[in-house]
Design a protein. Structure first.
Length: 231
């Protein structure tokens, strides 16, 4: 009969948070421990104690295994869609999310302001300060772009020194204002660690407005459209 309790424990551990799953497992163990003496009394105290301990251990081991598998699954799912260095969407995941939003399948469809960003001084930073400094430039820019408080925005690293930012807007007027403010917003959120060398570079952002159903490979605008310091 104890095996019947493992199914809800397994489901709970896979679908709930770790804390909720642990509490649920404890509750199931208590219910099982109370049920057996009522319907299947043990012949003596020590047998009952041994059976209860065995059930608790089996529930605990089952929960630990399922939670471990879920952590591994979630980690692999994250790595499949995110760049491990910058923590933002990789190119494929960004394009998939963009396609989903422009198709209207991901919820109410709003126009998207698309900003394609090139970090102009990235190669010079790597040449003069090394690859570690280049990685730091990428992580700082990604963190500053992610820290913007636009509702529903997505940020992706397209490779090399190229990023993309998609921000839902209400109309063309809001898109124009946001396009004017976006470079300065990214710059103001950039935080370079105190021990880091001065790593100056420019971000060139080509922007366009995409509407519902407007999914093709989004054409890049000139990299000279907007220039603003990113760090």
């Amino acid at each position: 009969m104890a095996a019947l309790y493992l199914a809800p424990v397994t489901i709970a551990c896979w679908t709930l948070s770790a804390r909720q799953a642990v509490l649920f497992t404890i509750a199931v163990a208590i219910v099982a421990g109370l049920r057996y003496p009522l319907f299947n009394p043990d012949p003596d105290f020590w047998t009952g104690l041994n059976n209860n301990v065995g059930r608790v251990i089996s529930f605990g081991v089952n929960a630990a295994v399922v939670l471990g598998l879920k952590r591994s699954h979630d980690r692999l799912a994250y790595l499949a869609t995110h760049d491990p260095l910058t923590g933002v969407y990789n190119r494929k995941a960004f394009e998939d999310e963009l396609r989903l939003r422009l198709s209207g399948k991901g919820g109410p469809c709003r126009p998207l302001l698309l900003a394609y960003v090139d970090l102009d001084g990235f190669k010079a930073v790597k040449d003069h300060h090394g690859h570690a400094a280049g990685d730091q430039v990428l992580t700082v820019f990604a963190a500053s772009a992610n820290s913007l408080i636009f509702l529903g925005q997505i940020v992706g690293w397209l490779g090399g020194d190229e990023f993309a930012i998609a921000v839902p807007v209400a109309d063309h007027g809001e898109a124009i204002k946001m396009a004017q403010d976006l470079p300065e917003d990214v710059h103001s959120h950039a935080v370079i660690p105190a021990r880091s060398p001065d790593l100056p570079f420019l971000a060139s952002a080509g922007m366009e407005l995409a509407y519902h159903g407007d999914w093709t490979e989004a054409a890049r605008l000139s990299a000279d459209c907007i220039k603003a310091p990113a760090a």
